[in-house]
Design a protein around this ligand. Sequence first.
Ligand SMILES: [Zn+2]
Ligand SMILES: [Zn+2]
Length: 145
Amino acid sequence: MPLKFPESMDECVYFTRRADGAGKTMCWVFREKCPKCGKALMSKPVDEKKGTVKIRAKEYVCSACGHTEEKEAYEGNLTANIAYTCPKCKHQAETQVPFKRKSVEGVKAIVFNCQKCGERLLVTKKMKAPKNKGEKAEPEIGDDE
Ligand SMILES: [Zn+2]
Ligand SMILES: [Zn+2]
């Protein structure tokens, strides 16, 4: 079944697009509805003074019933959607893995394997300094810690 692509960043708690030599990865995680009332999508709380979302908040809140969930617990139940081109065998595919970061050689990353050659592929946290200055900045959300 083909993956559903986000129509807007508002649908996602995480979105990134990477290109690394021959490999390409796009990874996104949809927000999900409140597990308590099912009426609204869980989101980060809003700072009422500034009217902006507290992106560094450690919890998610339901705008309909006020139910809150700890960030790690909520995100751990979400699914990471990944569309990739394997840098090793050039296989293009889509896959889904739990939205959990594992430590791989000291880096936190979402880990998945190429469905064709089995190569271990990583979606690491965004590096602070881009390698090439001329590189176009891609929209990216969710790597806010
Ligand atoms: Zn709710
Ligand atoms: Zn491969």
